[in-house]
Ligand binder design. Structure first.
Ligand SMILES: [Zn+2]
Length: 477
């Protein structure tokens, strides 16, 4: 009895310590929504659209469309389509925009069109949708309209649409749809009265509603708080990746943006990077969300969770720079220092840049015994030998047109290792241009990728049967 009592006290103490550690490591988790709070949108447990206005849009996701005035004077921008959301259900991309204004503000359709839905899609009075199908085939879902404020003419139009989908339900541009409902939950010290607007294209793909409205003023550029390293999708301190970490390492940015608001942090609209001087790569630009019609698809791939959080009290966005729709993008395995330039933009094209350098420790385990090269009529014949090959799987042969010049890999597939410690290799470079001088280098590759450790150079004057033996063992990038 005493023993088990002691044991349960020990368990309790361990549990408290664990909770303390979790809170200390992920302070964002302390600010999650209270379970009693109504979520900003009803919990979305799957990838389907839950209202009756689904399946009606026919406008092309990438088609040209009109641009309209705003449905009311937007006081603050509460969320954008890329915002991470987690109100205790399944996390999802916000997929619409939250336009914040006082409760009771009148909401107008600027496009006009057919009233294709009036529906309470959640529980309680907060989740009333009025949906308009515009003349260009896009469905506008206005959420959080006060039920009692929906004009009878809009109700009648909806009935008329139900009776005749082709000819019924039309309302003119600038028709009032209702008023903003009283929102009972505070977000950053203010009640979060707002309209959540989704715009759907054919296939129920969510489009960025900012593209359908005149540009709002936004002179607050986005910001990058930090760029850093991930291993196994978790943030690691420091700036070094060891050999065994190479297969699962990545990079993230902690970034945010303010848009017509001093408090509601949003994720950036577009993220791009340039790695070790290579051309710029766009991680994502939020014309649509990565999942198209799937709002939870890819959300845990695009964001690093934790510490990313998104609810009434916590808005911190950590974006995985390795994100692609096909899966995680690999980062360099080559030994030595690497640098990434990152740029983020908001919708108005304000931007911010950051630069980050890290070190990959990836030693070569090959001991070379020699490297030689000679011109032959079949091409430049490169030969090398090893006395030890460690975990190497094979070799890459590079050449440059000057000692400091850009090294270009000339073998299309890895030159496989021979299963002998003292091994002799040869490779004929038949793409060498007659009359040119080339410097040749070897690099070995193991199960973690190319090591980036170069052996050489060996100079060959193409067309001359003589070559000068010149071997310097060195590391270069
Ligand atoms: Zn919303």
């Amino acid at each position: 009895m005493r023993e088990s009592n002691h044991f349960s006290k020990l368990l309790l103490r361990r549990a408290c310590l664990f909770i303390f550690l979790v809170l200390a490591v992920f302070p964002g988790m302390t600010a999650t929504a209270k379970p009693a709070d109504p979520p900003e949108e009803e919990p979305q447990l799957d990838n389907t659209i839950q209202t009756r206005s689904a399946g009606l849009a026919w406008g092309s996701p990438d088609g040209a469309h009109s641009v309209y005035a705003w449905p009311f004077q937007v006081v603050q921008m509460g969320h954008v389509i890329q915002s991470y959301q987690d109100y205790g259900g399944a996390p999802y991309f916000h997929h619409g925009i939250d336009m914040v204004a006082p409760n009771g503000t009148e909401v107008f359709t600027r496009s006009g069109g057919q009233v294709v839905n009036i529906q309470n899609y959640g529980s309680g009075g907060l989740y009333w949708e009025v949906a308009i199908l515009d003349a260009e085939g896009y469905v506008w879902q206005y959420h959080h309209i006060d039920k009692l404020s929906i004009p009878s003419a809009v109700h009648q139009a909806y009935q008329s649409w139900q009776a005749d989908h082709q000819h019924g339900g039309f309302i003119l541009p600038d028709t009032k749809l209702g008023e903003i409902v009283y929102w009972p939950v505070k977000s950053f010290n203010d009640l979060f009265h707002h309209i959540h607007l989704n715009i759907l294209a054919a296939g129920d793909i969510y489009l960025n509603p900012l593209e359908f409205h005149t540009l709002l003023p936004d002179n607050q550029p986005p910001f990058i708080q930090k760029t850093g390293l991930l291993v196994n999708n978790a943030i690691i301190p420091g700036g070094t990746i060891t050999e065994s970490q190479i297969p699962t390492y990545g990079l993230y940015i902690h970034s945010g943006d303010l848009f017509l608001s001093p408090v509601y942090t949003l994720p950036p609209y577009k993220i791009a990077f340039s790695l070790d001087g290579a051309p710029w790569t766009t991680v994502w630009e939020f014309h649509t969300i990565p999942g198209g019609s799937g709002i939870s698809q890819f959300v845990n791939d695009f964001y690093v969770v934790p510490p990313t959080c998104g609810d009434y009290g916590c808005r911190e966005f950590y974006i995985d720079l390795g994100f692609t729709l096909q899966g995680q993008r690999p980062f360099p395995s080559q030994n030595g220092s690497h640098t990434i330039l990152v740029q983020v933009w908001d919708y108005n094209q304000n931007s911010a840049q950051d630069s980050y350098s890290w070190t990959v420790v990836h030693p070569s385990s090959v001991v070379y015994a020699g490297l030689s090269g000679a011109y032959t009529p079949a091409g430049n014949l490169i030969q090398w030998s090893t006395t030890s090959q460690g975990d190497a799987l094979g070799f890459n042969l590079y050449r440059s047109e000057s000692l400091e010049g850009q090294k270009t890999k000339i073998n299309s597939s890895l030159i496989p290792r021979l299963n002998l410690n003292t091994a002799e290799y040869s490779y004929t470079d038949d793409s060498a241009v007659l009359g040119r001088v080339y410097w040749y280098w070897l690099e070995d590759e193991d199960g973690y990728g190319p090591t980036g450790v170069y052996y050489g150079p060996q100079i060959v004057r193409t067309g001359l049967a003589l070559s000068l033996p010149l071997v310097i063992k060195g590391e270069a990038n």
